[in-house]
Ligand binder design. Sequence first.
Ligand code: PLP
Length: 436
Amino acid sequence: MIRPVHGGNLAWAAALAGCPASAILDFSASISPLGPPKSALDAIKARSSSLTAYPDPDYGELRAALGEAFNVDPDWVLPGNGSAELLTWAAWDLSKLEATYLVTPAFGDYSRALSAFGAQVLDCPLDLTSCTVVKNGQDARSTRVKNGQDARSTRDEFSWGTGILPVPQEIEHGATSGFELKSLDAGAGNGLVTDDLSVSNRSFVSPSLCLPVPLALGADRRGLLLNNPHNPTGLLFAREAVEPYLEQLALVVVDEAFMDFLPPQQQQSSIAAVEKFPNLVILRSLTKFYSLPGLRMGCAIAHPDILRRWQLQRDPWPVNALAEAAAAAVVRDTVFERQTWDWLPGARRELFEGLADLPGLQPWTGAANFLLVESSLSVAAIQKSLLEKYRILIRDCLSFPELGDRFFRVAVRSRADNLQLIAGLKEVISQLAVDS
Ligand SMILES: Cc1ncc(COP(=O)(O)O)c(C=O)c1O
């Protein structure tokens, strides 16, 4: 069986491990181990007796529940068949613009959606050599120390450092009048416009930082597609870092699929800005936090004019009745929400520490329920060995050209699972080190 292009694929992993897919311990999909919540299962059970009826095409009750959860008027919310459906509509709007800035490495589905409509894409690479979360004025990279006090002090209890959005340098310098898309694929370090407080010089980025934005050269005909927190790095951008783009660009789409894993006081959601900026679309997923990727639930939060237009164009019932009932129930489940916020920081810290203690591995601090890990050994070799020996699947990063074979991503799972991963990795790494 051929290695999947987009990372996690249980059928491929099961074939390699010689076991059924259900026997794989899957760290490749970033799904919470705490769910699905009972509230979802109860709602599904209750609704299953009325499957003979179509869902409400207006999704009035669901929009009311989502509006309440996100603190917006229900007219500003559109439920979707996972956030992936709404990404497709957002990409359709982006494709009508002159170009879309895409912060890379980027979640693979962005390319699918943008290329479906022939959108022109300008890659904006994060400077991976310096663009990491910082804590208390310190650069996390320099504090990703193995087996030592320093690493412990930075682990997970940092006040979330904030990133800066990279934009192609040519924009500010006015060199792209007849812009050449390919030429903007700048490599790490030379494609970023930054100021004194940028991540490029590794200093702390103030939340009130004014980012460099494309002022001239038709910025108002361009869009931005951004992921916050960022998958796969786990980096969290300050909402203030996004705002200048709202002032300048024709359309800004912020995918906040993992924002709900942060407790409210740490979230950097841009939802509050939708009323002020009719060119802002927020995408939210309900599938990761509530462990329901098979049900397909998500929503867009944006100006009603945008959402009404999408609603008129799309299939009338993209959210099925069971997903509709479950979504309305889970967003009101404050007990489950609290459980997750209480669980994640400690579990992520423990996983981080376990990974940091292994030779050749450097986990990155991250804001979401997954960790990106840098490896001095080939990840393809580690992944294969983990599957064959322990039936454990990690997410290789081969689908992110900027990361390649020296990075992998793992979800934060239950304590027992995380310990199994660490034990498996320990064995596999020492064996690979002996073989090489
Ligand atoms: C960054 C990001 N956005 C969106 C999605 C899609 O989420 P959904 O299940 O809501 O379609 C994913 C799924 O992996 C993701 O990683």
